[in-house]
Design a protein around this ligand. Structure first.
Ligand code: HEC
Length: 128
């Protein structure tokens, strides 16, 4: 990922946080806010046919539709309920350090990235 793209994503996230503080109406966008986070941190392992996470669970994050299908065990996102959504549990480290996503990385997601994913699920996990 280029530095420029990283900066851009960071700025958008920051702006979202500020706006969210001002107006509770601010909507998180799947395409503009959520997908870039998945793309840089998750797709390497959650893309068929060779991604490690895909191979183990069939969780494919390439599109909104496949993400919402979840794993062979069930859904990872429950719209409106980030407390009980497995995806949020894992990135927040609530399922324990060994299961924290992204796997095999020193750095977990930033607090802002975690918050974007949480807000998106709370706002109904829409394809927007
Ligand atoms: C280095 C590879 C890798 C990366 C990067 C990765 N995952 Fe995973 N993921 C896995 C593997 C492997 C599994 C299968 C479960 C296990 O072995 O812990 C998995 C399983 C999962 C599951 C299903 C867990 C379950 O029990 O149903 C979710 C949800 C998930 N990952 C989310 C994410 C998210 C969100 C990201 C990005 C922030 C991410 N993963 C990044 C490898 C990865």
């Amino acid at each position: 990922m280029s530095t420029l793209k990283y900066c851009f994503t960071g700025l958008r996230v920051l702006l979202l946080m500020v706006l969210a503080g001002c107006a509770s109406q601010t909507r998180v966008s799947f395409q503009k806010d959520v997908y870039p986070i998945l793309e840089s941190n998750c797709l390497a392992c959650h893309t068929p046919p060779q991604g490690k996470g895909y191979l183990k669970t069939h969780l494919n994050m390439q599109s909104y539709e496949t993400l919402m299908q979840g794993t062979v065990y069930g859904k990872v996102i429950l719209p409106g309920d980030s407390r009980h959504s497995i995806l949020n549990m894992l990135v927040e480290g609530r399922a324990g350090a060994a299961m924290r996503m992204p796997h095999e990385r020193d750095e977990p997601l930033t607090r802002d990235e975690i918050e974007v994913l949480r807000l998106w699920v709370e706002q109904g996990a829409q394809n927007n």
